[in-house]
Design a protein. Structure first.
Length: 198
């Protein structure tokens, strides 16, 4: 299975377009029509979570963004890696990668970040999709693989800047990579069994 990163392929990545649209819509509604209290309610607040409150924010936090640049960076990542993930995985697998990368990233960000810190943004999801794509791309498209390695290296360096959700990035990527590894092994085993059968 091969994949070229083109505008036409992105246009046919319907789940990715759907999630991108949701992120944009939430950003518009929250930032233009609602007050900051709603943003704080949806963002991950570690102190509140530690007290058993606002547990939903472990999920809602990866649908809200602090500003336009924050949104743009994550939307770009979603378009690139989401469209590739839709090509390599089933719809159910894509949804698992999307939500669990974000959730795992949020959870470990809560566990390992200061208690008074907060977090928001889809970057944990983006890293999860990236990890899931990288594990399958090498034999399919070397250009995409090298681009992903470059993007990943840049992103890891960027992740350690002040105010960036480093743990969400690393653990989101880790979940996506491990999930992709499992899927790859299952496909290889299935292919081997089918060859042995014939």
């Amino acid at each position: 299975m091969s994949f070229e990163l083109t505008l036409d392929n992105m246009k046919h990545s319907y789940l990715t377009i759907g999630f991108v649209s949701v992120n944009i819509l939430v950003f518009i509604v929250v930032n233009l029509f609602l007050d900051d209290e709603i943003l704080y309610l949806l963002a991950q607040n570690n102190l509140n979570i530690s007290q058993g409150r606002e547990l939903w924010s472990l999920i809602t936090s990866f649908f809200v963004h602090a500003n336009f640049i924050h949104l743009f960076n994550n939307i770009l990542g979603l378009l690139i890696y989401g469209s590739m993930a839709e090509k390599f995985y089933s719809k159910l697998q894509f949804l698992i990668i999307y939500f669990f990368s974000g959730l795992v990233g949020s959870f470990f960000s809560f566990l390992l970040s200061p208690i008074y810190s907060s977090g928001l943004g889809a970057s944990g999801v983006v890293y999860g999709l990236m990890g899931a794509v990288i594990i399958l791309v090498p034999k399919e498209n070397r250009t995409t693989f090298y681009f992903s390695l470059f993007y990943l290296t840049y992103s890891i360096i960027y992740s350690f800047l002040p105010g960036i959700g480093t743990w969400a990035h690393l653990f989101g990527f880790g979940f996506g990579f491990i999930f992709g590894f499992i899927v790859k092994k299952m496909r290889t085993r299935k292919l081997k069994q089918s060859r042995d059968y014939y």
